[in-house]
Design a protein around this ligand. Structure first.
Ligand code: ZN
Length: 243
């Protein structure tokens, strides 16, 4: 599903053109699987060095659950995240998690977050960073764009991926003409591995039954993500700002 402003199909993204190491940044566990599972498969199949950075604990999805209070939920979601990434070829020792509070990213001190992201990136300075689009319709995703973007070197390629944009985005949330270079990446044969990566997130797929208002990924949204194509918007680094 592509917005009307994207009626002309973007060109296909060739994963061999992305310099490594490649980092995928996820505000919540499952964003990376839904948004770029197929591209991550392709990159790791090519032998590219792929790392993953998780910003929040994901612990706000079921706030009323007694069986899964926040610490337990956060621990389980971290385990799910690493399991899903392993399906995509990213080993646990190439994952980093900051443990910030789910739902509250915009409240953090930008300098502290930038420094924490910088410390994570120092393990393998990124040649390419995949991060949610600046207007992907979730407050944490939008906050992540600024917080993480400040830690990305101007030499690295930065490709924005989409999670909620096709279902929840308004016309103004899509990139304006000349705001970004769009790419598409077909899911193709990676569908089963992408599906396994998404399925690793059982807490988001109905595992928790004692919080009726808790979050569950809509089947239609998951199907759309599995059908693809994945969309990427490549942006130039922002003009230099004095911190
Ligand atoms: Zn998210």
């Amino acid at each position: 599903m592509v917005s009307q402003t994207w009626a002309t199909a973007p060109p296909p993204l060739d994963p061999r053109t992305l310099p490594g190491p490649v980092w995928v940044v996820a505000p919540h566990p499952d964003d990376e699987a839904l948004g770029c599972g197929a591209l991550l498969c392709a990159l790791t199949d090519l032998g590219q060095e792929v790392w993953a950075l998780l910003l929040t604990d994901g612990g706000f999805s079921h706030p009323a659950s007694r069986a899964y209070p926040r610490p337990r939920l956060g621990e389980l979601r971290l385990h799910e995240w690493r399991s899903g990434l392993a399906q995509l070829g990213v080993p646990p020792d190439r994952t980093r998690a900051l443990g910030l509070l789910d739902g509250a990213l915009s409240g953090y001190d930008p300098v502290e977050v930038r420094e924490a992201v910088g410390r994570a990136f120092a393990a393998a300075p990124p040649g390419t960073v995949l991060m949610p689009w600046s207007r992907d319709p979730h407050p944490d995703h939008r906050a992540a764009w600024k917080l993480v973007g400040a830690a990305v070197s101007s030499e690295a390629r930065r490709l924005a991926y989409t999670v909620w944009l096709p279902e929840r985005g308004g016309p103004a949330d899509w990139p304006a003409p000349n705001e970004a270079t769009p790419w598409r990446f077909a899911v193709g044969a990676a569908r089963s591995r992408k599906a396994a990566a998404v399925a690793a997130h059982a807490t988001q797929l109905g595992l928790i039954t004692d919080d009726p208002a808790g979050f569950t990924l809509a089947p239609g949204m998951v199907e759309r993500a599995l059908d693809g194509p994945e969309l990427y918007f490549e942006v130039l680094p922002p003009t230099k700002e004095i911190p």
